[in-house]
Design a protein around this ligand. Structure first.
Ligand SMILES: Nc1ncnc2c1ncn2[C@@H]1O[C@H](COP(=O)(O)OP(=O)(O)OP(=O)(O)O)[C@@H](O)[C@H]1O
Ligand SMILES: [Mg+2]
Length: 464
């Protein structure tokens, strides 16, 4: 593979020199190190395709380096170089994670053959990992279950763009699966073995935000007793998931934009920048383009983040997924509780299918978890479902559901359903529901009293 990056570690100057010449001529990008400790530092920060390492070195030797490398989880192809006399040592390095070894003195062809073999194996492994992660059955993708065409299209897009470093913006209501999609991107990107770091931008205290994201040098400010690696550096070679990105302060928006443009971070209190290779995936519940129009989110950052934009539809717009998700959560949650999955009583099924699920998949997951705790051995019944769900009206085109001949009474039915739905959507907030229904607060209270026979002495108690 031309262009492969190789790190050569040997304490002997002339060996390094000889290897550099040989490997450069073959098209490798060569970096040289004279000892194990230096090599480890470089491997921590730079993705190498191959490591060619001497076993016997003063200080951190080949075995020591292999051991230190393991927890980093790098998928670097490793070839060790041993002295003739030390075949036992060479075998030991294989057990410690090296892929091959060559005995010194070796011929050029022998070395190149070993490197190519390891490289090929590494490439295949990467391909297998990626394919395995991306494997789609008829209705699932990386742990995401769906048979809705809009979601299948998103899975397809994820598969196509995941291997590139382009930033991806995921939008969608709460609980629609934004974080799960971000993980699917990571798992299918070829970065799956590297860190996935999720950051909730809204939970970031303003004062700490910068050092949290970019890190700081020791003594950069009064509390900085030790140096700190920022999240961008920690996610090096992997993926950084910026959740609720709309919550970033204007100052941080500028910093993030610069970082995305330049691909390097500067720790607070340091003058040099460090190059980072991080895939950024951002998510927002609130439509970012609206926030841009409103002036609270930078337009340039919006464009930088939304190179690829994925919108996850709410569950009520993909009702074909409800039975699929029910089955999925009943099976997996029952297994986690060590019990048999119950069947769903027909009436309960009707309620589950007819509900609008304002909290989307998360709400459905929680409803099932709760029902499993409450229901008896074999069957999940309406009584086991949350109240909001049981009292909810049937969704959908209500005029079709009505076979009432009187316009007056059909209109009342319709009003009743619309009011119920509006209250569900607003979590019972009557002021907001009135707005949604485009009637006055007073008119809404009047109708609630009329249709639901409810006393509303204190008109404000329902708002919250
Ligand atoms: N298509 C799906 N298949 C299986 N599980 C799903 C699916 N979508 C979401 N989930 C599950 O629903 C829950 C909520 O998903 P997730 O956290 O990804 O939502 P979100 O969009 O990030 O929500 P929020 O905006 O509230 O952070 C998680 O437990 C997730 O595993
Ligand atoms: Mg989330």
């Amino acid at each position: 593979m031309p262009d492969a990056r190789i790190l050569v570690v040997d304490d002997e100057e002339n060996v390094r020199h000889m290897l550099e010449l040989t490997l450069r001529r073959e098209g490798y990008r060569v970096t040289l190190c004279a000892d194990g400790a230096d090599a480890l530092d470089r491997l921590r920060t730079t993705p190498f395709d191959l490591l060619l390492c001497d076993i016997n070195m003063p200080g951190l030797d080949g075995m020591g380096l292999l051991r230190a490398l393991r927890p980093l989880g790098r998928n670097t192809g490793i070839v060790m170089m041993s002295a003739y006399a030390d075949l036992d040592g060479a075998m030991e390095t294989i057990r410690a994670g090296a892929h091959d070894y060559v005995a010194k003195p070796f011929r050029r062809a022998e070395l190149l053959f070993a490197l190519r073999k390891v490289e090929e194996r590494r490439r295949l492994q990467l391909e297998v990992d990626t394919l395995r992660a991306a494997a789609v059955s008829a209705d699932s993708f990386c742990g995401l279950r769906s048979r809705a065409p809009a979601m299948r299209k998103i899975f397809e897009q994820v598969r196509r763009v995941a291997p590139f470093r382009s930033t991806i913006l995921i939008s969608g209501e709460s609980g629609t699966g934004k974080e799960l999609v971000a993980r699917a991107i990571h798992d299918t990107s070829g970065r799956g073995q590297q860190p996935f770091i999720a950051l909730n931008c809204g939970a970031l205290p303003e004062a700490l935000a910068e050092s949290e994201l970019f890190g700081h040098a020791k003594g950069a400010f009064s509390d900085a007793g030790t140096a700190k690696v920022g999240l961008f550096e920690a996610a090096h070679l992997g993926t950084l998931f910026l959740d609720e990105v709309s919550d970033l302060t204007p100052a941080l928006q500028v910093k993030l934009l610069r970082l995305l443009q330049e691909g390097e971070v500067r720790r607070l209190g340091e003058s040099d920048s460090r190059a980072v290779d991080v895939r950024v995936v951002a998510a927002s519940r609130r439509p970012l383009d609206e926030l841009v129009a409103e002036g609270s989110f930078r337009e340039d950052l919006f464009y930088r983040l939304s190179v690829v934009a994925l919108h996850l539809p709410p569950l009520r717009e993909r009702s074909e997924d409800i039975p699929l998700l029910l089955e999925h959560f009943i099976t997996s949650l029952a297994a986690a509780m060590g019990r048999r999955p119950p069947t769903i009583a027909p009436e309960a099924m009707q309620k589950l299918n007819g509900y609008a699920w304002p909290g989307n998949v998360r709400e459905l997951e929680h409803a099932i978890e709760r029902a499993l705790l409450l229901c008896d051995e074999d069957e999940l019944r309406v009584d086991d479902l949350p109240d909001a769900l049981v009292s909810s009206a049937v969704r959908g085109p209500v005029w079709v559901a009505s076979d009432e001949p009187s316009i007056k009474r059909a209109t009342e039915q319709l009003e009743r359903l619309l009011i119920q739905r509006a209250l569900e959507q607003t979590g019972g907030n009557r002021t907001a529901a009135a707005k949604l229904l485009e009637i006055s607060h007073r008119a809404l209270l009047y109708k609630i009293r009329a249709y639901f026979a409810e006393a509303t002495d204190d008109p404000e108690t329902g708002d919250g």
